[in-house]
Write a protein that binds this ligand. Structure first.
Ligand SMILES: [Zn+2]
Length: 118
């Protein structure tokens, strides 16, 4: 497989994942809006829907983080820096990229970060 083919496959994978995340976000928003439209006749119900709104908000926040990782990876594809660790600038392991095309760090730097040593 050529390098260009690899990058094309990565881009495809990122775009598929991006779509999945976006659809997940819109599903969460739909659930939130259904809850609001059904009306809340008393305080207990209003408290419940407030809780659910907050829940769906935090869900989109996580998915927002995922989206920005994906967008960063797509930007790196555009500027030719895709597959390079953002910390040590060494190439990220191919297997790692295949599993996590939005990875920002190589395995060594990721371990440092996981241990809080970065
Ligand atoms: Zn690194």
């Amino acid at each position: 497989m050529s390098h260009a083919t690899d990058l094309k496959a990565m881009r495809k994978q990122l775009q598929v994942k991006r779509k999945e995340v976006l659809e997940g976000v819109s599903r969460a928003r739909e659930m939130g809006s259904v809850e609001t439209e059904s009306g809340a006749p008393d305080i207990a119900d209003r408290a419940t829907s407030a809780f659910q709104r907050e829940f769906s908000f935090s869900l989109s926040e996580n998915e927002g983080k995922m989206l920005s990782l994906i967008d960063e990876a797509l930007a790196r594809l555009e500027n030719g820096r895709f597959g390079l660790c953002v910390h040590c600038e060494k190439p990220i392991e191919k297997q790692r990229l295949q599993a996590l095309p939005w990875a920002r760090h190589c395995v060594a730097c990721q371990e440092l970060q996981d241990r809080g040593e970065m």
